[in-house]
Design a protein around this ligand. Structure first.
Ligand code: SAM
Ligand code: FES
Length: 333
């Protein structure tokens, strides 16, 4: 699809049903009916940055900051094993006390003890640090570029640099990671044109994974009064991303499930093939509030696993076999 066709398909006046059906078919033909389940460990909500949309930004004094210990992270990884998950996603703010140098021994221990695939989502670091994380055994890295619109990026991420964010994505690829990126849909000032550019950029960057979530305004951030993204726009983005990128891994995101009780199910029916249930200790989940109303904050990990299996069953889908590595490049190393 070209840019004009994408803009048309994203427009509220266009019936999305044909795109949703096509995306479901492209998903089935290219990545199958299996859904990869990745256990999410939110290991620190401390962040040096001040992204204007984000609930755990440094400037939000209401956040009760926490950091999991190495032992606590290992315990989460054991939980993942017990629930038959094959991947853990270790996510945090850009926490100076959890620098790549500090993360390395933890991911080495998780790998050695559990053999799980490890995805990191720990923000912007140097080329050398990415290389070291990859050499230590991390398999994948998620770093959303958030929006392809340079001016909007600058307005929303005042202490980040647009070019550096994309340099980070190139360094991650160079280091041999399976690379995921993505955007929020429905940001204030975001146009359908820029969302179409986002999708074309996913393709150009040849990503292994693409995460799309609706923007949900957080009352404790500068974007408190803004309108948020809609389920409809989020689903159109997921469907069109599947059609354009064909065999990427696309999660049905927590933000989608927060916006609507059937949000994740609907995403799985129009292109998504990944779920990321939370396996962080329940006592800390409420403190990783990127946006209000986040689902599953008080559910123990095994309850989320039960929920996931029931959801898949209701959709006639199954958990995928194997680690769920990239379908583009065979895992390196
Ligand atoms: N610090 C890492 C980074 O920036 O890549 C990872 C953690 S960050 C909290 C993970 C993602 O949360 C961001 O990439 C952003 O897209 C999403 N996010 C943050 N605030 C949000 C909001 N208000 N609504 C929806 N998604 C949000
Ligand atoms: Fe750093 Fe959101 S501002 S994780």
């Amino acid at each position: 699809m070209n840019k004009k066709e994408l803009i048309d398909a994203l427009s509220p006046g266009t019936d999305p049903a044909p795109f949703f059906a096509l995306a479901d078919k492209v998903r089935r033909d290219n990545v199958g009916d299996g859904v990869h389940v990745r256990g999410l460990i939110e290991f620190s909500n401390t962040c040096r940055r001040n992204c204007r949309y984000c609930g755990i930004r440094a400037g939000n004094p209401k956040v009760r900051r926490y950091r999991l210990t190495k032992e606590e992270i290992l315990a989460c990884a054991r939980t993942a094993v017990s629930l038959n998950y094959r991947t853990v996603v270790m996510q945090s703010g850009e926490d100076p006390a959890w620098s790549p140098r500090d993360v390395i021994p933890v991911l080495e221990a998780v790998k050695k003890e559990t053999g799980l695939a490890i995805t990191l989502s720990i923000g912007e670091h140097s080329r050398e640090e990415y290389k070291a994380l990859r050499a230590a055994g991390a398999d994948r890295f998620l770093l959303r570029f958030e929006t392809s619109d340079r001016e909007l990026f600058k307005a929303l991420k005042p202490d980040s640099d647009y070019d550096r964010r994309f340099a980070c994505l190139a360094w991650l690829k160079e280091a041999g990671f399976q690379v995921g990126s993505g955007v929020m849909a429905g940001l204030p000032g975001q146009t359908l044109e820029s969302l179409a550019d986002d999708i074309l950029l996913f393709k150009k960057l040849d990503l292994d994974m693409v995460g799309i979530g609706p923007f949900i305004p957080n009352p404790d951030t500068p974007l408190a009064g803004s309108a948020g993204g809609t389920l409809d726009l989020g689903l159109r983005m997921v469907a069109l991303t599947r059609i354009v990128t064909v065999n990427t891994h696309i999660p049905a995101t927590t933000a989608m499930g927060t916006l609507h009780p059937q949000g994740r199910q609907r995403a799985l029916q129009c292109g998504a093939n990944v779920l990321m249930p939370n396996i962080s200790p329940v006592e800390h989940r409420v403190d990783y509030s990127l946006y209000p109303g986040k689902i599953c904050v008080s559910d123990a990990a095994d309850k989320c696993a039960g929920c996931v299996d029931a959801m898949l069953k209701s959709l006639g889908r199954t958990r995928a076999e194997g680690y769920g590595h990239s379908l583009k490049n065979a895992p390196k190393g």
